[in-house]
Write a protein that binds this ligand. Sequence first.
Ligand code: GDP
Length: 537
Amino acid sequence: MSQNPSTSTSQVTSEAARRRTFAVISHPDAGKSTLTEALALHGQAISSAGAVHGKGSRRGVVSDWMSMEQDRGISITSASLQFDYRDCVINLLDTPGHADFSEDTYRVLTAVDAAVMLLDAAKGLEPQTLKLFEVCRARRIPVITFINKWDRPAKDALELLEEVENRIGIKPTPVTWPVGIGGDFQGVVERLASKPEEGMVRFERAPGGATLAVSEQLSAEEAASRFGDAYAQAVEESELLAETDANHDQEKFEAGATTPTLFGAALANFGVGQLLDLLVDIAPSPFDRESDAGQRRAVDSDFSGFVFKSQANMNSSHRDQLSFVRICSGRFERGMQVTQAESGRTMSTKYAQTMFGSSRDTVEEAWPGDIIGLVNATGLRVGDTIYAGKKITYPPLPAFAPEHFGALVMTDTSKAKRFRRGIAQLDAEGVVQVLYSERRGDATPVLAAVGPLQFEVTIARLRAEFDAPAHVDNLPYQLARVTDAAGAKALKTAPGVEIFTRPRDGAILAAFPNKWRLQTIQSDYPDVKLVALLAGG
Ligand code: GDP
């Protein structure tokens, strides 16, 4: 079926133009959940956000957002949260961390148009943030930086900027600058539209921190009289920044050369409204995506999208499979027939949802930038394209660098057939990477994953869906490189190294116990091809 003729392309264009689809990249504990709640509160997707309580119960293999739903009875999907802000529709995609960190976390970044890099002001850049940033860089996703927890003792603001610039090679262009050092956060000087000498925005903690923070514009005289040295220093530093070319430049931001930077405290709601304003004002709206063949599909053309995440059995009372689709072009209307590009099969989209968990809502229509969940769309795999009208196939999603390896051992050998079928299915769905080594033979596949959760999910699904019990014996590898047949031959007997094939894409991987072993191999075998995978070690 081609696109509903009653939908004008100008409506698609204007709906797409008001979408902002982004994810927060951060290390655990930087404040992502707190920021998410604060953003949703500003956007009025939920009426009131309680202070984020201690971790304890929120930890575990269920996404934070699922627990948030359960705890508080609010409807937030575990994949994306949608709310209105000003005249825009904001789609915030979850990048699961903690125990949930997995290949899916990286894949989420294939579905966004921008990212917010959330840093703990006392810690700066942390490992998980760096990995996620590398994916943004490789995919040319513009990044806004939010320096969080400025209400607590922190690193020096200028030092934080230097750290970002020196370690990841992207220049911070602060759009706000803090008045008061970390722990003495009075407010910010705004650098984007107004000049520092025009005064500051003062933040005031709202009682309980649960409602919107009170902020007030102070003139330069008021700011100087109330915050004296702190204000003078902020103005001075801000001017210094202008001299070092650290002012926002839209083109450089979109090219990934600079990162507009804000200071705030998500817990007190400081700077959160400014972050939303910045997203609306400068973050890109959905653009014409490139197909596998290198052609661009205009956002206002026929419907198309791709699956970036697939999740099974999310809710024990609904044992089903959800495929999360990022809409790239056209209008989605529930019930429309779509074609799966890879197989040419058509399917109905009667069961499309935006929200689920304790309450499941059906989505009737959606636009470029939006995320829909298709229920039991059998045969849809991560990376697949679906479309209406003119055919399009989006590029396959990359396989990301595994950091966990384990031999998958069948516990009941009489179920070998089911076991093989299960493995093939889970590999195809992108649940885990399945590898084989000559050393172990075909009966013992090796699982490779970005996070150990992927092993748990594999074992649980093998048992529940294929009646093929198995367990994983962890292997002592932490990183892998892509090599070729010559490399595989050369390294075959190198101690500590194991060579694998990955049937999914035909790649040959060399796995190493740690980066030191990799380094010695690189110097001992200078001619061997060893190419890093996306993100990871
Ligand atoms: P996540 O692991 O990134 O989702 O982090 P959380 O949102 O759970 O926050 C981790 C801890 O940092 C929690 O105890 C929060 O209350 C606290 N936190 C988050 N944002 C701020 C902030 O702006 N200031 C302060 N002082 N604490 C914060």
